[in-house]
Write a protein of this length. Sequence first.
Length: 653
Amino acid sequence: MKRLKVTISLILKYSSLQTAADLEQKYQSIYRYIATFFYQHPYNRLNIFFPGPLLLWLDENHPEFTKLLTKMVARKQIEILGGSFYDALLPTIFPIDRSGQLELLTSEIRRIFGKRPRGAVFESSVWDNSLVPTLQNGGMEYVFLDSSLAKGRNEFVPYILNEKGKSIKVLLHNENLTFRSDYEVSPYIEKLLSESFSDELNGDLFENVEPYFSDSDEAAHVVSLKIEENQFMELVNSLWLEKFYLACREEFQDRIEICFPLEYLGSCDEFVQVFIPSGIAEKYKASSVFDYLFTHRRSKSLYNRMLYISMLLSQCKGDKSRRNAAREYLWKAQSGESYIYDSSDDEAAFLNAKIRQYAYRNLSESEKMVREADEFKESVFSFDYNGDGHEEYVCSMSHFNAVISQKAAQIFEFNVMKNSGNYADNENGRGFFLSCLFNDRQFADYESGRAVESTVNSAVFSKKFFVESAFNPSRNEVKLLGMENFALLKDDGSVEKVPVSMIKKYVATSNGLMVQFILKNESHLPIKGKLVVESNFAQMDFSLPECNSYSLEVIHGDEKSAVLSGTEIGIGEILKNCGSLSDVSFMQITDKFNDVSFLYEPNENCDVVFMPVSSKRGTTFVASLCWNVDLIGGLEMEKTINFAVITPKKRKK
């Protein structure tokens, strides 16, 4: 009789959003029951994966837990799985970080449990065949992958992958046969047996699969089952898990054996050689993690920043202790939860924004350590920062790091080097110093707050690709030129397209920027409208999606006044918080959550339009400086904004 081998893996999770109190609550409600259940049932076998930060917290705060697991590891009841310490998406990071994250978790497992792991699991089953040498060099013999990565292949046989002379064995976690407490145990086990030994599987791959389906080869058939952390207590409280183990040991003892992966793989004489292409868990609806990043702009922006810091660190030759500290911060920022999430869910998107800002802060801390390790010099340089085929301009200054794009000539990333993350990480995709030329009808829609997105998207220069007019790294100066047609409203109500141009110049200083706008009417017809320079501030206070932590102070006329002090905005109440002011000579926007201020001083008084734009996915604070445009044919106007960042002297705890 054929005997099915079964491996069971419990995958625990950790989030950077969890506090010590959160972890303690989970320990009392989940983790301690894991140890209790299996210690009281010594014949029940399990593979278990701990993310690195969770493992360290458990070892420090509940050594009784890890000591109990150590006993079960010693009696070969529990096997600890390895992987990335911070649950990084390994295909997306540099080889030195791949091996470093794997070895860090391996070292901690060996220190705590006295035995190093031989198998690995990955966040969201993110896979690329280039990981094979890293895994083998790190002492791994096998890896678990979701069966969705190998569609059309047999899920019940052992595979072996090869890459550059290295190999790793693969077991597929069966997604269709997962545990459920509402199943009857015996029929469920019968289903495991019938599907794993189905005649339909014979010959569905290659000729070398056939030996695995001979009557004499019991080792060939395996089903790998996975229990998610949030399932465990339901399975225990309903007694389902206990009944399952008992049925396998008694009723089905001649047909099923629960084993460890190494036991099963050690009994196999042959493995199926295959190539599993790059992939990610099926729920993300992408062919690979890179495909996911390319279709999720904000995740891709964080990825660009992470690669930039990785590059800086790889070039750093200074103080070793600071380099090690920088790499630790980098690894924290590589956590997979920062990059992939259920983008269709508003709550998940909001929480991911908070996690992403945490990653940005870690990247800034890493950059600070790199700067301290080497002799830092302020600079502005250009390279293809985001891999779009065009040069971007990176302003690496004492108090901030900004990236200027030729697309709309705006700053699409702005990292303050103290306290906070990327202030341009917005849902709307717009950053700092986005320039728009509106006609009167468009500006009325914009100022009212009723059609901001569509109005900005249709405005002149808001989507325009600017070309480099001049670049002087020695003076930290970037000059970009854009040409487009302006929709001129005629007296009869018709619209005529007339050419206009804009030169946009950035000059970076230690604590800010000088931004100059030169708008020229390239036609022979007079034009009238409004020049709007918009800055979009990302959410930094995540206590509620609709929370606005930004305050606004201005000097208009001869008076200084606080216009907005930071509020919680009810969804649908956006218009109540929109406002406009005239004759403004100075504007200060303060992120009260991080105590960081942004100062705007135009060379000529202007109007100010401000609006906290709220949704279930978070709030963006929009503030714009606006000037009237009245140019006859061939004339130009020039406006300049002096922008400064004021950070607190001491970092907030």
